[in-house]
Write a protein that binds this ligand. Structure first.
Ligand code: BQZ
Ligand code: CA
Length: 695
C-alpha cells in the first residue's frame, strides 16, 4: 500500500521561507467520529444475578467421567468440588443450563513460549492464557453489569472485607478448590505469586504486574490457608480490586513451579525458571476450565476439560459444558477467514482490512457464523521513546532521536504531518474509522471532548514545528538533517519504527506513518517483528518509535490504571527507568503520573472524573502518545453455540474470550459436531505425554 509517489517531498520543501514559520499548528477539539451504532445491547444485571458461591445438595458430571470414578482414577464429583463452588444461575444464562459436549475451535496468530505465565512467558494469546489461568477477581463480564453495581466480580477471591480505617483488605479464597491435578489451591499459591514474582525485580509476569500495579508501598500477608490480607499506604484504594483481575493477579501452581524458582533452587537461573515448562510439558496444572493435553509446534494446542473445575450451574452440573478447546496455530487474519467460513468457531474481528469481506460472507443466508459489531474500542497510536537517560542503551543516533522525541515542537510536527483520514481509509472505507487524537477514547465513560486537544493535519504546520525543533534540510535533499553539532552527525535524521508483523493492520499503519513522514521530510525505516519479539524489544527500550494497538486502560481507565503513565519504573513503555532505576520524566509526564496516582487514591466519582479530564488535557496537548485511528470491532461466533451474552464487546475490561464466559457456553445436543480429538479422555498427570481414558 503506497500512499504517495516519491517525487512529492522535495517540491513541498522548497517553500520553507518566512511565511511557513507563521503557520504553527492551531489545536482544536477533535472532529466528531462518523456515527456508528453498536449492533448488540447487553442485558444489564447485578453481579449476584450471574453467580453466587453456595453448596448444593448434589452435583453431576459428564457421563463418560463416571468410568474414571468407578476405576478409582478420580474421586467422586462432590469431593472434587470446593465446599461452596461458584454456582452460575441458569436464569441468567441467555439460553439456560446447557448440554455437555463439543469443542470451540480457536485460530490464533501467536505462538506458545511455554506455560510459565507468572514468569512472563506467552501462551500465544487468543484466549489460551485467559482460559487456563484464573485470577482473584474477574472483570471481562462487567460490560453487562449495572453501573450502580460496577465493581469487579469475585472469582478465586470469593469475598473480601475492608478494615474500618480502609488501610487493609482481607481476601477470602475459595475454600477447597483444587488445581486440575487435584492439588489444593490455597494462600501458598497466592503468596508464591506475590513474594517471588510481583515483588521479585528479576521477574515480570505476562501482562506486566509490578509493585505499582497494587498501589505504592502495598504489602500482602498470609492470614491462614484460605485468607490473605493487603495493607495499603492510602485509604481504601478500591482500584486494587481491578488489579486483582486478569492479567495481573492470576496465581500459578506453586507445587509445580516453586521447586524450579531460583529462590528454592540455586542451580536454576531466572531464565531456566522462565523456560522450565515448555509447550510440550503437557497436563500443566491450571485453575481454568481446560488443560493442555497436546501441543504440535506451528500446528495446534488441544485442551481437555479440567475434572477439578470449581464452578457448576444452578442444577449442579460441573462446568465447563464444552469438553475440548482447540487453538490452531496460524495467523490472526486466518482467524477471521476460518470463522466466517465455519472451519473455525470464534474471532475478534479487529483488523479493519478484513471487514468488508467478513461482512459480505456473514450476511449470506447459509453463513455458519453470526457477526455483531460493538463500540469503537480498537485504537492505534504512535508512541515515541521519551527516555533521555539511557534506557535500552541507545547509541548516539538513538539518543539524538530521543532528544527530538522529548521536544514538544517535534511531537507536534509529527502529529500534524499525519493525515488520519487517509490512514483510516487506507484500512477500510466507510463509517468505521475515526480520527483518534490519542488518550482516552471518544465514547468511553471518562472521555471529555472539551479536555481533548487535537492538532489538525497540515504539512505547513508540520514544517514550522520541525524548524522550531531546530531541524533544517542543510543539504537540500528534501530530508531534515540532525540539528547543528548533534553527536549523530550532520546527515539526515534517521528514525526506526517498531511494529508487530503478526497483524496486517499494524503493518499497514506503520507503512502509512513511514510514507507520511517521508512526505514531511523525515526518514523513517520499519522494524517489523513478531509479537513476542516486539514485546521484548519494546520492554527493553530498544526502540525509537512504535505503532501499537492500545490496551484496556485507555478504554476503561479503571483496569491497568497504573499503566496510564510512568507511575513507577516499569509501568508505561513510553518511558521506563534506566538500569540505575532512574526515571527522567519530562514535566508533563510527572504531572500525568501524579494525576493517575491521585486517581488511584480517591474513590470520589466527581474528583475521579475531574482528574481524568486533567489527564486527557495533559496527554493530548503534550502528545504523550500520538493517536492514529479508532474503529469498532465485531464478534464472530459459529451459530451452533448457545449462551453467548448479547452485546458482548470484543474488547473492554478484557477480551471477548473472557467476556462471553466460555465455561457456560454450550452447543445444544442436536447441533453438536464431532470435532473432539480425544473423546472421553481427561488430562493425565503433569508432565506425562498426553490425556488418559478410563479404559
Ligand atoms: C485477543 C487477545 C486475547 C496482547 C493480544 C496480542 C498480543 C498483545 C493482546 C485479541 C490477541 C488478539 O491480542 O489479537 O483479539 O484474542 O489476543 O488475549 O496482540 O501481542 O501483547 O496485549 O491482547
Ligand atoms: Ca537533508
Amino acid at each position: 500500500m503506497t500512499l504517495m509517489t516519491r517525487a512529492a517531498p522535495a517540491a513541498l520543501l522548497i517553500g520553507l521561507s518566512a511565511p511557513a514559520m507563521a503557520q504553527m499548528a492551531e489545536p482544536t477539539t477533535p472532529p466528531d467520529p462518523p456515527p456508528f451504532a453498536a449492533q448488540g445491547e447487553p442485558n444489564f444485571v447485578n453481579r449476584a444475578d450471574i453467580f453466587e458461591f453456595r453448596a448444593l445438595d448434589s452435583y453431576d458430571q459428564p457421563e463418560f467421567m463416571d468410568a474414571f470414578v468407578e476405576a478409582g482414577m478420580l474421586p467422586p464429583v462432590e469431593e472434587r468440588l470446593p465446599e461452596e463452588p461458584m454456582v452460575y444461575s441458569a436464569d441468567n444464562m441467555p439460553d439456560g443450563a446447557g448440554a455437555y459436549g463439543d469443542v470451540m475451535r480457536h485460530v490464533i496468530g501467536g505462538r506458545p513460549e511455554g506455560w510459565n505465565y507468572i514468569a512472563g512467558q506467552s501462551q500465544g494469546w487468543g484466549g489460551i492464557d485467559i482460559g487456563m489461568y484464573e485470577c482473584l477477581t474477574r472483570t471481562g463480564p462487567l460490560f453487562m453489569v449495572n453501573p450502580e453495581d460496577l465493581e469487579p466480580l469475585p472469582n478465586l477471591a470469593k469475598s473480601w472485607e475492608w478494615s474500618d480505617d480502609g488501610m487493609q483488605l482481607t481476601v477470602n479464597l475459595v475454600k477447597g478448590a483444587k488445581w486440575s491435578d487435584g492439588d489444593p489451591f490455597d494462600a501458598e499459591d497466592v503468596m508464591f505469586y506475590w513474594d517471588h514474582h510481583v515483588m521479585d525485580p528479576e521477574i515480570t509476569p505476562l501482562n506486566g504486574a509490578n509493585p505499582e500495579t497494587f498501589g505504592q508501598g502495598t504489602t500482602l500477608e498470609m492470614v491462614d490457608d484460605y485468607t490473605v490480607r493487603f495493607t495499603f499506604t492510602t485509604e481504601r484504594p478500591e482500584q486494587v480490586l481491578y488489579s486483582m483481575a486478569y492479567g495481573t493477579f492470576c496465581p500459578g501452581p506453586s507445587h509445580i513451579l516453586a521447586p524450579e524458582h531460583p529462590a528454592n533452587n540455586p542451580d536454576n537461573s531466572y531464565e531456566d525458571y522462565r523456560n522450565a515448562f515448555p509447550p510440550d510439558f503437557l497436563n500443566f496444572p491450571v485453575m481454568g476450565a481446560w488443560v493442555p493435553v497436546e501441543y504440535r509446534a506451528d500446528d495446534i494446542v488441544v485442551l481437555r476439560r479440567n475434572p477439578y473445575y470449581w464452578k457448576v450451574d444452578s442444577e449442579g452440573n460441573q462446568l465447563p459444558y464444552l469438553n475440548e478447546m482447540h487453538y490452531r496455530l496460524s495467523t490472526w487474519a486466518d482467524r477471521d477467514v476460518q470463522a466466517v467460513a465455519g472451519t473455525g468457531d470464534f474471532s475478534n474481528l479487529e483488523q479493519a482490512e478484513n471487514y468488508v469481506e467478513s461482512l459480505r460472507r456473514a450476511a449470506e443466508d447459509d453463513s455458519p457464523a453470526r457477526l455483531e459489531f460493538g463500540p469503537r474500542i480498537i485504537g492505534y497510536s504512535l508512541y515515541m521513546n521519551l527516555s533521555g537517560n539511557g534506557w535500552g542503551e541507545p547509541d548516539e543516533r538513538a539518543q539524538a532521536v530521543r532528544e527530538l522525541n522529548r521536544d514538544i515542537d517535534f511531537r507536534i510536527a509529527v502529529s500534524t504531518a499525519l493525515d488520519r483520514v487517509r490512514l483510516g481509509e487506507s484500512l477500510v472505507k466507510g463509517p468505521f474509522t475515526a480520527q483518534y487524537p490519542g488518550g482516552l477514547y471518544a465514547g468511553t465513560s471518562y472521555y471529555d471532548k472539551d479536555s481533548t486537544v487535537f492538532y489538525p493535519h497540515s504539512i505547513e504546520a508540520a514544517k514550522a514545528h520541525f524548524e522550531a525543533a531546530g531541524l533544517e534540510d542543510t543539504d537540500g535533499d528534501g530530508f531534515y538533517n540532525w540539528p547543528e553539532g548533534s553527536p549523530a552527525g550532520d546527515g539526515n535524521v534517521q528514525i526506526t519504527l517498531l511494529a508487530n508483523t503478526d497483524y496486517q493492520t499494524d503493518r499497514n499503519l506503520a507503512e502509512g506513518v513511514v510514507a507520511m513522514m517521508e512526505e514531511a521530510g523525515i526518514k523513517v525505516s520499519l522494524n517489523l517483528m513478531a509479537g513476542n519479539d516486539r514485546d521484548a524489544t519494546r520492554d527493553s527500550g530498544r526502540y525509537d518509535w512504535r505503532v501499537e494497538r492500545n490496551t484496556s486502560e485507555l478504554i476503561t481507565v479503571v483496569q491497568n490504571t497504573s499503566e496510564l503513565a510512568s507511575t513507577g519504573p516499569r509501568t508505561n513503555p513510553v518511558h521506563y527507568a534506566n538500569d540505575a532505576g532512574e526515571l527522567d520524566l519530562l514535566p508533563f509526564e510527572q504531572e500525568l503520573a501524579d494525576t493517575v496516582t491521585a486517581f488511584m487514591e480517591t474513590n470520589d466519582p466527581e474528583e475521579r472524573a475531574e482528574l481524568m479530564k486533567q489527564y486527557q488535557k495533559l496527554y493530548t496537548e503534550n502528545l504523550y502518545g500520538i493517536g492514529l485511528t479508532q474503529y469498532p470491532g465485531a464478534l464472530i461466533i459459529n451459530k451452533r453455540f448457545a449462551n453467548i451474552p448479547s452485546g458482548a464487546p470484543i474488547f473492554m475490561f478484557n477480551w471477548a474470550e473472557d467476556n462471553i464466559i466460555r465455561e457456560r457456553v454450550y452447543v445444544p445436543e442436536d447441533q453438536q459436531a464431532d470435532h473432539e480429538l480425544y473423546p472421553e479422555a481427561l488430562p493425565g498427570a503433569p508432565g506425562s505425554d498426553g490425556p488418559v481414558t478410563a479404559g
